[in-house]
Write a protein of this length. Structure first.
Length: 670
């Protein structure tokens, strides 16, 4: 994994300045401590920058930016292409000459020449974000991997396209000034992150997963979605036809197991030491077990726990797995003091707020791995989303089948609206009823019952928190809307429009999908790429660690999306088919123990002195002077949390991340 950046001055007499490009590139030393490269075209209209974290082909011949023999194609690239050996052989057979020994970067250069951008996108397997300059076409292409494992941001100040692996690189461009996008902020308050292509920075955007964008000398942005996490991408439907229930289960177990083995094996491709983050749950333990099958030395495993709240730890299970597979195990314990000491670096590393407190233990386990000499780790992200592993998912399914569907079918609209109005009044008086009030409000307005597995401020709460009259933006969204990257409905102060855009697309292409497939599709569009994978990328790369996600291998994902709901969660058992698939690979007590989840004791920390610090910090934040947020409502959140009336830790942490981000990146006061 690396850091990429670049500038395309497509209009007028604008030219790329080496000093600007170098400054942009070197904000990302952490992403590429092993070297830095720069290329500027002879006419100084195009410049590409690269910071290198050497993982595949460590030689200088694999340095970037990289070009072809006639210098008509230039590439700067972040990530790994796991099928690069097979693609290289295909290209060699077609007559392409390689100068590197086994660089996957050069495969992209020649692959683009051979197949074009769409052909290349369809052939490569891996986790990647890259930019290609085609001098013959005079076009710049930006591409992000299918799932969204790697980030890619861009901005379009007048006459230029500016891009980078991190927003901090873009902010070094002299035409980009840091300011908040209130529309993105409004949506962030629902999801802990901003939906693509928006970011919290006005005028700075992120390329959605599974897309590539192109821009030529006319300055027109064009976007293409080359992959989407929809059902129907595998042949599973045909394979299951005519089989008995037990035969279907057997087929699915074998199919998941074989694809998972392949996914883990691919991600062991590395010329530097690698390991696994081990929580002791199903996913990380499976990574360890499958890696151990393929290695002739002990797997390096890394775990994190808490000194002050040991009941949240899963270290005993991690220790069991370590002993079972004879790993070289490393462990670190952290506490509130460690968390406080890290906060400043957290805000810097995230770029835009990612209000997931998992970032804190993730940093310390990432640093432990780096300090132990490891550069690449495998992680378990993506398993719960596609196999329905969360208790909350099962709750939403139960709600839908038992109450939601019949309630909407048999209750007249006027009665639903009346019930929603009563429930909202009750919710204000009884905090525990707020969620039910919002559910009834969604039913009354014919809205989706499930928006995301990471919903923070539901609409009924946002109506009390946000002063909508103050939420106005001056950003130019027209290039995004015209390119097809974003519906104009995202600009309305109605976050349901984000979810509706996903549901409408799925209904258009897959009208026979079931409710679980719809939930999973929503997660692959928003929570997974823009929250969970970005926390792994930003925090891991802050200490120069590359994280790989075998459960998100696109061939496994395409297969799992077509598994029928009745098999995926047979007997109302979360993750049923995956649990069956890993039986015999990891111990049964690991498979069937109660899921705890990887978290942090933020509720307890916010109840003490740290809560006072957070409240004072937010009270004095420059963000509060903008009039977006209701300060009395925020005070109530703190008061109710301290008194034990309600656990408001997630609400408070979401708001604190926002205000701390604003003070650091926009106001510059902290």
């Amino acid at each position: 994994m690396c850091g990429i950046t670049g500038i395309f001055a497509f209009a007028g007499k604008r030219q790329v300045e080496a000093a600007h490009l170098t400054a942009m590139r070197d904000t990302m030393l952490h992403r590429g401590p092993d070297g830095g490269g720069l290329w500027i075209s002879d006419d100084r209209r195009v410049g590409l920058g690269h910071r290198r974290l050497s993982i595949i082909d460590l030689s200088a011949s694999a340095d970037q930016p990289m070009t072809n023999a006639d210098k008509s194609v230039w590439l700067t690239y972040n990530g790994e292409i796991y099928n690069h050996v097979a693609l290289r052989a295909e290209l060699v057979a077609a007559g392409y000459k390689f100068v590197t020994d086994h660089s996957d970067t050069e495969v992209l250069v020649h692959g683009y020449s051979a197949w074009g951008i769409d052909g290349l996108a369809q052939r490569i397997e891996g986790d990647y974000a890259f930019a290609i300059w085609d001098a013959k076409l005079e076009k710049l292409f930006l591409l992000r991997d299918r799932i969204g494992v790697k980030p890619l941001y861009f901005a379009m100040p007048e006459g230029e396209m500016v891009f980078g692996s991190e927003i901090k690189a873009i902010l070094k461009h002299p035409a980009i000034k840091a300011s908040v996008d209130p529309i993105a902020m409004y949506h962030y308050l629902s999801f802990l992150t901003t939906p693509a292509p928006l970011t919290m920075f006005s005028g700075v955007f992120k390329l959605p997963a599974g897309h590539y964008a192109e821009i030529g000398v006319d300055g027109r942005l064009k976007a293409t979605r080359y992959w989407d996490a929809k059902p129907g991408l595998s042949t599973l439907d045909q394979e299951l036809k005519g089989l008995s229930d037990s035969a279907q289960e057997s087929l699915l177990v074998d199919g998941v197991r074989s694809r998972l083995r392949d996914a883990v094996g691919k991600r062991m491709m590395s010329d530097v030491p690698f390991g696994v983050f081990l929580s002791g749950g199903i996913d990380s333990s499976t990574n360890v077990a499958l890696m151990a099958e393929l290695m002739d030395r002990p797997v390096d495993t890394f775990s994190v726990g808490f000194k002050d709240f040991k009941h949240l730890n899963e270290l005993e299970y991690a220790d069991q797995v370590s002993k079972e597979f004879k790993t070289n195990h490393h462990e670190i314990l952290i506490d509130e003091a460690d968390m406080k000491g890290y906060l400043g670096d957290l805000i810097h590393s995230q770029d835009e707020p990612i209000a997931d407190w998992v970032c804190i233990p993730l940093y310390f386990v990432s640093k432990l791995a780096k300090d132990s000499g490891v550069t690449v780790v495998q992680v378990g992200e993506g398993s719960d989303e596609q196999f329905c592993g969360y208790a909350s998912y099962m709750g939403y399914l139960d709600l839908y089948q038992r109450y939601w569907s019949p309630y909407r079918k048999f209750t007249p609209t006027f009665a639903r609206k009346a019930a929603a109005a009563v429930a909202q009044r009750l919710g204000r008086a009884v905090p525990k009823a707020e969620m039910y009030a919002d559910i009834l409000d969604r039913a009354a307005r014919d809205r989706e019952h499930f928006w995301s597995g990471a919903t923070v401020f539901w609409d009924t709460l946002k109506s009390r928190l946000v002063h909508k009259s103050a939420v106005k933006s001056n950003a130019d969204y027209r290039p995004l809307i015209d390119s097809g990257l974003m519906p104009d409905s995202y600009l309305e102060l109605d976050t349901f429009n984000v979810i509706k855009s996903f549901n409408d697309e799925l209904t258009r292409t897959n009208p026979d999908h079931d409710v679980l497939q719809r939930m999973i599709y929503n997660e692959f569009k928003l929570r997974l790429p823009e929250l969970l994978l970005m926390r792994v990328d930003k925090i891991g790369m802050s200490v120069s660690i590359e994280a790989r996600v075998p459960f998100l291998d696109h061939k496994l994902v395409e297969y799992s999306l077509d598994i029928p709901m009745e098999q995926k969660i047979k007997g109302r058992t979360a993750k049923y088919i995956l649990k069956k698939a890993v039986e015999g690979i990891i111990p049964n007590n690991i498979i069937y123990r109660k899921k705890m989840g990887f978290g942090a004791p933020m509720s307890q920390w916010l109840s003490g002195d740290f809560g006072n610090f957070v409240q004072n910090s937010m009270k004095n934040s420059a963000l509060m002077q903008l009039g977006f947020l209701d300060v009395d409502y925020i005070k109530m959140l703190f008061d109710d949390h301290r008194s034990g009336k309600r656990d408001n830790s997630l609400y408070i942490w979401t708001l604190f991340n926002l205000s701390a981000w604003y003070d650091y990146w926009v106001d510059g006061s902290h």
